[in-house]
Design a protein around this ligand. Sequence first.
Ligand code: ZN
Length: 611
Amino acid sequence: MMKRFLTCVLALVMVLGLAAGGTPARAATGGKLIALTFDDGPGPYTGRLLDGLKERGVKVTFFMVGTNVKRYPDLVSRAYQEGHQIANHSYDHANLVNLSDSGVADQIASTNALLDLACGTGTSYMVRPPYGSTNSRVRADIAAPLILWSVDPLDWKDRNASTVKSRVVKDAADGAIILLHDIHSTSVDGALAAIDELQEDGYEFVTVKELYRRRGVAMENGTTYGRCKSNGTDLGPVTPPVLTSRSVDGKLEITITAQAGASVYYSLSDAALNGASTLYTGPFTVTPPCTVWAAAAFDMNGSRSETVEQRFTQPVAKAPVIQVSDGVLTLENQTPGTEMYYTLDGTAATVNSARYKGPVSVAPGTVISACAAGGEYLASPASRAAYSDRGQLFRDVFPGDWYYKAVDQAAAEGFMSGKGGERFAPNDALSRAQLVTLLYRYSGEKVTQVERDSCPFRDIKPDGFYRDAVCWAFARGLVKGQGDDIFAPDGQISRQEMCVILAKFLGYRGLELPDGAGVLEQFADADAVASWARKSVQSVVACGLMKGDATGKFSPAAGATRAQGAAILVRVEDVEDALSTVRDELPEDGSQENGAPSSEEAEVGSGATLF
Ligand code: ZN
């Protein structure tokens, strides 16, 4: 607490002092820039240095040697996370001019790889050649700016903190790059003491990267840099990003803004951002409660803002439950303290939609949407339901779905029921038991007790909804089961199995099916139809009960869905009508190729994927 207080007082003194001198506010942080650099670490004193820098709000640059990066990886991570610039000082402090080209490359690459563990893959690191020793060949070998220095207090030689301090203070100058070594305790103490004095003198400490960026100087690979004199330009420090949020469909949409030219990196799980963190490219959604960490950066390695941490805790309201009874819509509020809003035109409800004040009349064929919001709650997701043409409430079947009319008809006529809560589950698998039940109900017949007693399947439950239907179907030869006495009622039925049962069912109904020879040629996967199903598939396709998909495939082994079952049933109705009509009208030559009903087909099956 005490330290924070001191920092605030210091900042206040600086602002007041400069304001009295009439200096523009920008100069309060932008007048004199200076870069401290620490070589040869990290080491046993680096942690203490980082503590001192943090207290003073100072960012520096570390030129690290690979052998010490290996020894103290946590210090590398810490220095990086605290906004300092991490740079490369060779692997083992070799004099690079004495090495071959590949030797230079190894020294740099092996150290970069170790630094990547803290900074993320793909980070670029400036290089300081050990001893400042370089020549044109070394410069050509290194794909990074080479950083030398303008002030050398010989801290490695004279191990005395006050000597180090006074040399740094004496030679400090705007734009200077100062050479120090954090492997010496005296250098750490001397540097921190010098910082205190120079801050009072109006210096702002920056990384090497920031020193050049703020002065608008582009740095080039293979070029040496020793200082960066003032040129009148100061682009200012990197501004922390700003997070804003709004509720969208029950979630929170986060937008992050940063200053021009800066990138934003963020995370939902980790405060330790680096260059491999998620790059912000546009608004994203989260589910509260959650925390977002974000930083703006021109380069995450030493040219970045402080990491902003923002927690989002506002709860999301629950969506209202839509009920319709005899053409009257009521909404049930699930979140006390919220208002409800609704639409009747198919669009998703928002807080800008009509406010619900009580029951509303709705016409068949209406799509209803509702949401809740208000009080301490974010807007709920929009709930949605269809009050169908035949006056049924569906929560998962809507006008525009290819199976809408078929499901509406099959459900209204009682052949097929929902799965509870007005859900039809159109895309759920159609089981063998469900298909047989569908046909049983459609037939309007009743199973007899004799038929029940002679049903051989031992895997049908006595109280299963499908028991009578399966016994009925077995007695009529429509199903044989999948083994001696196994029916597998819950197994999903394949499209070709469905054809076999349908063909038998239509035959049982007394209809003569077209042979359909050659009709499978239209399908790219005609060969995939099993031999035991071929004749049935041909007939079913020939009379228009089933079709291929948009890519010209029949997909015989694919599983059928409940929506397909509903559509089939409606078509069976049509085909029965059509075939009996054709039979009445045509001469007795068996020509029934064009017997499929085309207009009804279009109405029921338009847009079907697998029909
Ligand atoms: Zn060195």
